[in-house]
Write a protein that binds this ligand. Structure first.
Ligand code: NAP
Length: 471
């Protein structure tokens, strides 16, 4: 573990120089990583394919998403609004009298990133957590995932090489491997925040560990999510078969190994969706990303299927076969274990006889990353939309939740147990997790960072005396 301490020390050593880099230089770092990964795409995709059994097209798409994401964070850094630069001039007449205050966000310091198993590129070594932490100006130490060790090692080599060539300070990016090394990293006093994508159990353990440190640090966990879908009787009558095809595609995408997989679907009793769905369910037994995930899937699916009142509509029973289960609303409410996420290709149809039964299920749901509503134009869905918005980080009106765009307005988060935080882990605002506000009071101009100087040398959007000002 001495090695982890040394790595954490090196990361801390890099922090001041990384934070002080100019905007252009920080953007260049992100672009350099993206270029290096794009340049090695064939090699990376081949290794990841061997380790994960994910198909070539999926891996190529994921790598392209990963490098586009790095470049988009460069755009966020250059735009500068993420700094939330705010200037209040002194006002002795205010109640109470106001000194001059200048507030902005600054990098939090070294960040530990726990790579996910299910996206060997986009949520792994050079994924969203790493990209957003570097964009914020923070050194990164990645705890690699044992599900794709060679992909992780080669990616890390490319990232480190690109950063060095682009002028990043030594220690700006490093990795550790191994369970105990991950724990030592969380404990290292130089680490200022932890970002994690994985199981509720593992995330909870690490969250508690972050809190129990002599100096507690923030933990940003993306954990478990059911991603419920509601289909109204009108939508089912109008396009039940089409919805069945969409659901089949979404819950089996990536063999169900997505945090946004729709795991519970509220359908009217006797729905056309239910009648059509089994025909679109695959019959093979896919190889899952890791043995642990395969075992977890089979155990969770079989436990849900064994609940009295649950029917197996498709699959079930054999290894990792995609599975559709069905139950009525009363069964679900009597067996809350059906509300737990089962990671892998299974979804549960919950039949409701009337809106009251549907709403009782909605009331019982915990937080999710997403909730989706399928309704027809003209239906009054205001109440449903509010019930969903109170439980999810992203509410979809039509469509399916798998597929998470990387953009300014994205929110990939949600109430516990989806996450333990109010922040997003995908999209521009993911940088916010790794920034800490500071207010300068009556500071001399010589100490002010460029973002807060009167002449606005960065040319960024700022709020001045309460009014947003464009440069
Ligand atoms: P995981 O078991 O939670 O592991 C994720 C990372 O955390 C790994 O690096 C793991 O280290 C580490 N870890 C786990 N428990 C820990 C603990 N108690 N103390 C310290 N470190 C710990 O997740 P996974 O391996 O990716 O997949 C297992 C399950 O996670 C899946 O079945 C699924 O339920 C869930 N999952 C959820 C998402 C999501 O986006 N919400 C994504 C992927 C997986 P080691 O591997 O070295 O043990």
């Amino acid at each position: 573990m001495n090695q982890v301490s040394e790595i954490a020390r090196r990361a801390a050593g890099a922090a001041p120089a990384l934070a002080a880099m100019s905007v252009a230089d920080r953007v260049a770092l992100l672009d350099a990583i993206a270029d290096a990964l794009d340049g090695a795409a064939d090699e990376l995709v081949a290794v990841a394919g061997e380790e994960t059994a994910l198909p070539d097209a999926r891996l190529r798409g994921e790598l392209a998403r990963t490098t586009a994401q790095l470049r988009k964070f460069g755009v966020v850094v250059a735009e500068g609004g993420y700094l939330e630069a705010t200037i209040d001039h002194a006002d002795p007449g205010d109640v109470p009298p106001r000194p001059e205050l200048r507030r902005m966000l600054r990098p939090i310091g070294p960040v530990a990133v726990f790579a996910a198993s299910n996206f060997p590129f986009a949520f792994s070594v050079a994924g969203g957590d790493t990209a957003s932490a570097l964009a914020a100006g923070c050194p990164v130490v990645v705890k690699t995932h044992p599900g794709h060790p060679r992909t992780s090692a080669r990616t890390a080599e490319l990232v480190a090489g690109a950063l060095t060539a682009a002028g990043a300070p030594a220690g700006a990016f490093q990795t550790v491997a191994g369970f105990d090394e991950g724990l030592a990293l969380v404990d290292a006093e130089q680490i200022e925040a932890v970002a994690f994508t994985g199981s509720l159990r593992g995330g909870r353990a690490l969250l508690d560990r972050c809190t129990a440190r002599a100096k507690p640090i923030p933990f940003y966990g993306e954990l478990g999510s059911l991603n419920p879908v509601v289909v109204t009787p009108e939508a089912d009558a109008a396009r039940g078969a089409e919805l069945a095809a969409g659901l089949a595609g979404s819950f089996q995408l990536g063999d169900g190994q997505f945090c946004t997989k729709p795991g519970l679907v509220l359908v009217p009793a006797g729905s056309a969706l239910e009648a059509a769905l089994p025909a679109s369910v695959g019959t093979g037994a896919p190889r899952m990303l890791t043995e642990t995930i395969a075992t977890g899937f089979e155990t969770g699916r079989d436990r849900a299927a064994a609940v009295p009142g649950v029917e197996v509509l498709a699959g079930g029973g054999s290894a990792t076969a995609p599975t559709v289960l069905a139950a009525d609303a009363a069964t679900l409410l009597a067996h809350r274990e059906l509300l737990e996420e089962v990671f892998g290709p299974v979804t549960v149809l919950v039949r409701y006889a009337d809106p009251a039964a549907r709403d009782a299920v909605l009331e019982a749901l915990e937080g999710s990353l997403t909730m989706t509503l399928h309704a027809e134009p003209g239906e009054d869905v205001v109440g449903l939309a509010e019930a969903m918005a109170s439980r999810a980080g992203r509410v979809l009106f039509g469509g399916w939740p798998t597929g998470v765009a990387v953009s300014w307005a994205q929110h990939h988060g949600g109430p516990w147990p989806a996450t333990n935080t109010v922040f997003t882990s995908v999209g521009a605002m993911a940088v916010r997790r790794f920034l800490r506000p500071i207010a300068y009071q009556d500071a001399p101009a010589s100490v002010l960072p460029p973002a807060l100087r009167d002449d606005n040398p960065l040319g960024i959007l700022r709020r001045i005396d309460g009014v947003l000002r464009l440069p």
